[in-house]
Design a binder for this molecule. Structure first.
Ligand SMILES: O=C(O)[C@H](CS(=O)(=O)O)OP(=O)(O)O
Ligand SMILES: [Mg+2]
Length: 228
């Protein structure tokens, strides 16, 4: 089975099955948000759209990447999110790469958003629910971000059912430019544990699927084998 690995600028048409990868940090953060009780994540196209959605839906929270900003309740950092109680909340997320990539393929019949923390469940979900090649959207660095490419290739290998050693893939992510920038504090909205938290393989037992729900694109947690 030949998977495709493409950057956001190289997307053409609507893939049949898309897996959007953002290790550092959007889809690590999204998984942490679900683990802290979030019910659904609405992926917003712009920061102003995120704030407008929050305004018009009392109780919703808004998250963006970069430094904290007025109107936003959280930033794109797993280290800063992991102690929040988000039970039952709806979170609106807008980031530079991850949410943009997901919105770019939101019309595909099956869209998953993934990172190392949900890699195994994502591969299991694909084995159970999808047949044939997968389009991996490598969101960072116009398709060249090593942490996203490594995660995409790892999940792609796992989908085939092979025994795959994760170590080399995690090493590529740990030595990526994004990891170096994060570790040096060069990215806004940062916690010192962020790199380690982004490299926790299979930290969570669920996958995450994105769907059009009316005018919105909504990310929800899904457990392989449960039919839902
Ligand atoms: O928050 C992040 O890690 C990045 C933004 S930046 O590269 O740090 O400026 O966003 P993401 O969409 O999660 O890659
Ligand atoms: Mg990224």
């Amino acid at each position: 089975m030949g998977h495709h690995f493409v950057g956001i600028p190289d997307l053409t048409g609507v893939p049949r099955v898309a897996v959007v990868i953002d290790v550092m940090r959007a889809f690590t953060v999204a998984a942490w948000a679900f683990s802290r009780g979030v019910e659904k994540i609405v992926l917003a196209p712009t920061r102003s759209a995120a704030l407008a959605l929050k305004e018009s839906n009392p109780g919703w929270l808004a998250l963006k990447d970069g430094a904290p900003a007025a109107g936003f309740d959280a930033v794109n950092s797993p280290g800063l999110l992991r102690s929040r109680d988000l039970t039952g909340r709806t979170l609106v997320q807008k980031t530079t790469a991850g949410t943009v990539g997901a919105l770019a393929v939101a019309d595909a019949p099956l869209v998953l958003c993934a990172s190392f923390v949900v890699a195994g469940p994502t591969a299991r979900f694909l084995r159970e629910q999808a047949r044939g090649p997968v389009t991996f959207v490598v969101t960072g660095g116009e398709g060249r971000a090593e942490e996203d490419l490594a995660c995409a290739e790892y999940i792609g290998r796992c989908v085939t059912g092979d025994e795959v050693e994760a170590g080399p893939y995690l090493h590529r992510a740990r030595t990526s430019r994004a990891a170096a920038d994060l570790a040096a504090g060069r990215r806004g909205g940062y916690h010192p544990d962020d790199v380690d938290l982004c490299l926790e393989l299979d930290r969570f037992p669920f996958a995450m699927t994105a769907h059009r729900e009316g005018p919105l694109t909504v990310l929800r947690r899904r457990t392989a084998g449960s039919g839902g």
